[in-house]
Write a protein that binds this ligand. Sequence first.
Ligand code: 2PG
Ligand code: MG
Length: 418
Amino acid sequence: MNKISKIKARQVFDSRGNPTIEAEVYANLISAKSICPSGASTGSYEAYEKRDKGNKKYLGKSVLKTVELINKIISKKLKNKNVHNQEKIDSLLINLDGTKQKTKFGANAILAVSMATKKLSAKLKKVPLYKTFLVRKNFKLPYPLMNIINGGAHANNGLRIQEFMIRPDKAKSFSESIRICFLVINNLRNLIKKRKLSTSVGDEGGFAPMINKNEEALNLIVQAINRAGFQNGKDVSICLDVAANELLKNGLYSVHSKKFESIDETIKRYIKIIKKYKIKSIEDPFSENDWSAWSKLMKSIKKTQIVGDDLYVTNLERLKKGFLNCSSNAILIKLNQIGTVSETLEVIKFAHAIGFETIISHRSGDSEDTFIADLAVGTNSSQIKTGSLARSERVAKYNQLLRIEEELGKNAEMNKIY
Ligand code: 2PG
Ligand code: MG
């Protein structure tokens, strides 16, 4: 009953309509499945995403060979292994691949199997998934970071910054936090309409109006917060993901305008917008290799959450380096950047031990899989970033958190934020 009997993988499609892997792990007649997400603005130190580059039928994007590797090789290797021994299964997968960035099987294949195994274990134990990670009692719900205006690689509007997010800091419950975001988003929609701009959405469900100045987006959000009856910086805070890897040329950054500027100038302008717009969190303000720029920024600001995404790629070695270098005070967690559930949990444990905030994150190409909602609660992560309140692959995660909140009943407290 506790032994894996087979694994069946298949090619399915993600929210951008690109092929991706679903793995279904079986223990006799009972099974659980999971779908691997995929990023657009990826860090170069991420684990490898394997695709059939030579297959013209799917423009080189299919994952059919990888599916075959799971069905033929991985399935055999994991047969009869104890489904509840996640660490052993993950290390078997890591060793079977044997490469640093999981290039043999692809982190997409390995992760789909790893997550499906975790889900099956919970199902067999008849416990909710969120109860099977690091936390055993006093579960807390994360604050949502809702990406309400999309730019950068997730839209084609010319906005330099990739994600303009809101965080409902004063919400006392998860459902209240969703209500607050809902109100701000509806006000934002009306403001965008009034300006005769498009209210269609980008890859992560945020609006993608044809504006190209960061400050225009920030002004719209402040107005929307006010019109919804809230105070910016108190009830609701603005958070950014700059995704600066995409904005670097010859050591200069074009974050604040099309002009490429020095690190010092870029920091000066960060400080200005932090003050003016009461910004509480900035992700990837500099590129993945610019360690000294990160620590310079950390020294120049107080009370702002600085989040490493492409910088750390959910990798323990890189997180240790960032800690020693004082690069940030928070880490974004993406399972597919590293490739297994166990390695992800190791990184979260270490992050908490050094006092870093953990933010569990979706990818811009995502699916109906809600694994990360449970992961956020089960690891005591203070925040979750999973897009806007639009597009079902994003809303599915928020809906799962509403279910968890309901199940926890009056014990459902919100986590603390930085
Ligand atoms: C990011 C993510 C998710 P992508 O940069 O944080 O929002 O985007 O999945 O494209 O890397
Ligand atoms: Mg990011």
